[in-house]
Design a protein around this ligand. Sequence first.
Ligand code: SF4
Length: 202
Amino acid sequence: MAGNVYAYALGDSLYLNVTNKCTNDCAFCVRKTVEGVGYYDLWLEKEPNLNELLEAAGDVRQYREVVFCGYGEPLIRIDLVIEAARALKSLGVPVRVNTNGQAGLYHGRNIAVELSGLIDTISISLNAADSGHYVSLCRPRQGEEAFPAILEFARQCKKYIPKVILSVVRWPGVDIAGCREIARSLDVELRVREPAGTFTSA
Ligand code: SF4
């Protein structure tokens, strides 16, 4: 399916696609391995505004949850995510954000507190047990600053968001045991994902 796909259903969840942009260039990113997710071509010619996004989402009450993911990093568009999440929460639907965890570094402020009361779950892509491996696998624009910023973001999310999940892609050289130890130290769940269809901590 071509065109600007701002919302698409997978199973009983609705996914919102808000941007192509990302601060990473992960080796396993679905953006460079396949054309999209399922039959959806998710590359956006134009990013949605609030009205376009909510119109594409339709009646969200039929879904188990609504997930901000994007073909890129959704929290790059923090203002849109906040406004859309506020509208979705008013309908009583659970909201999740899948993120690379660099929003605080990218925007230069505490993004977790801004999501307080609007997001039920945040899934943060960890993908490495140390900064060196993170940089080589995810190639963040901010280089070595990214990994400690992700850990700090996770700590802040623990304060303001009911459920925080770290995720790791099963990929050659990834220290899953080390990631598990980080998750344990932060007192959050770790989810291990397979690389196919991988993007933004889905
Ligand atoms: S996998 Fe996610 S974080 Fe990595 S480049 Fe793709 S969209 Fe960005």
